[in-house]
Write a new protein. Structure first.
Length: 283
């Protein structure tokens, strides 16, 4: 169901001013690619939407000495031309062409991908492997947490009422990265499984590694046991086989309309091996 009221503040000051006067049952609207679909399906039925797509404060990609800073209102297509993303965030860059379609990428935002808290969110998964922190904003105050801890469960996040995702802070770590997605089509499809790897491999030895997975648990997850096993090891086929068995035990996939649980489990090992091999070629 669509709301009775949609308001569009043109700045943060205006948002803070009008918030108390709005119906209590309210939601933020950014690109609308999740919210409108849910309203059409009658799953979404809040009374008021606050259209935040006009908040210029949330649309930035910048960097300082140690960190890349991204606003929650950045559209997926904005990343495609960013030299900062190309230079520092290879796993996120790798996820972009696998996200939906060009028309969707012109609408969908990074903030919406995370706030929606779908276990299949491609960009959220890539960002978790990039070790992103998420910055949240409520009534003039900001707080920060690791993005992996922001996801509490299926469509559940740490967001409080009226709290806005302000943006993301990602450390500049020397690494290569890859995002791999299996889906029923090569575009316009939600994943059966997604796997992001950020790694620094020196003479085949894993010096830095971060792994995140989509669509294999109720939320985006990391694979700490697999990571600990691979850290400081030299990559060879036996080590890769062992790592694949470990990651298969770390996932808890279900069978649903998109895929079979056991297939997803098997593919977590296959994609891990494939991704690490791809990263080795890049060094
Ligand atoms: C055809 C189709 C294909 C798709 N393909 C993919 C795909 O390949 N991969 C993928 O990951 N997703 C896919 N999606 C899902 C969707 O496009 C993404 O999740 C998108 O990033 C959502 O962003 P949005 O700006 O459109 O969010 P919206 O729909 O505007 O909002 C989604 C939710 O987030 C909340 N929200 C939005 N911004 C903020 C904010 N700054 N602070 C707090 N809350 C906020 C809203 O209140 C709402 O609950 C697809 C959707 C469609 C319709």
């Amino acid at each position: 169901m669509f709301p009775d009221l949609i308001v569009k503040p043109l700045g943060l000051k205006e948002l803070n001013k009008i918030l108390p006067s709005l119906p209590k049952d309210r939601k933020f609207l950014s690109g609308g690619t999740d919210l409108v679909v849910r309203a059409n399906a009658d799953i979404e039925n809040s009374q008021c939407w606050i259209d935040i797509s006009g908040l210029k404060e949330l649309r930035y990609i910048k960097e300082n000495a140690k960190t890349v800073l991204i606003g929650s209102g950045v559209k997926v297509s904005d990343f495609e031309d960013s030299s900062i993303i190309k230079k520092h965030l290879p796993a996120l860059l790798s996820a972009l062409p696998q996200f939906a379609s060009p028309s969707l990428r012109n609408m969908a935002t990074l903030g919406g991908n995370c706030a929606n808290a779908s276990p299949s969110a491609d960009l959220a998964c890539a960002l978790v492997s990039e070790k992103a922190d998420i910055v949240l904003y409520l009534k003039g105050k900001k707080r920060k947490m690791p993005l992996k801890d922001f996801f509490l469960g299926l469509r559940k996040t740490a967001l409080k009422k009226d709290e806005l995702i302000w943006g993301f802070e990602i450390p500049k770590i020397n690494h290569k990265g890859v995002y791999m997605k299996l889906a029923s089509r090569s575009s316009f499809a939600i994943s059966k499984i997604g796997l992001a790897i950020s790694a620094d491999i020196n003479k085949e030895k894993v010096e830095y590694l971060s792994i995140a997975l989509a669509s294999v648990a109720p939320k985006i997850i990391t694979a700490p046991k697999t990571r600990a096993f691979l850290k400081n090891k030299k990559i060879n086929s036996e080590i890769l086989d062992e790592a694949a068995l470990i990651i298969q035990k770390e996932v808890s996939p279900i069978t649903d309309i998109r895929s079979d649980g056991e297939y997803r489990r098997a593919m977590s090992g296959v994609l891990l091996k494939k991704g690490l091999k791809q990263i080795l070629v890049k060094f």
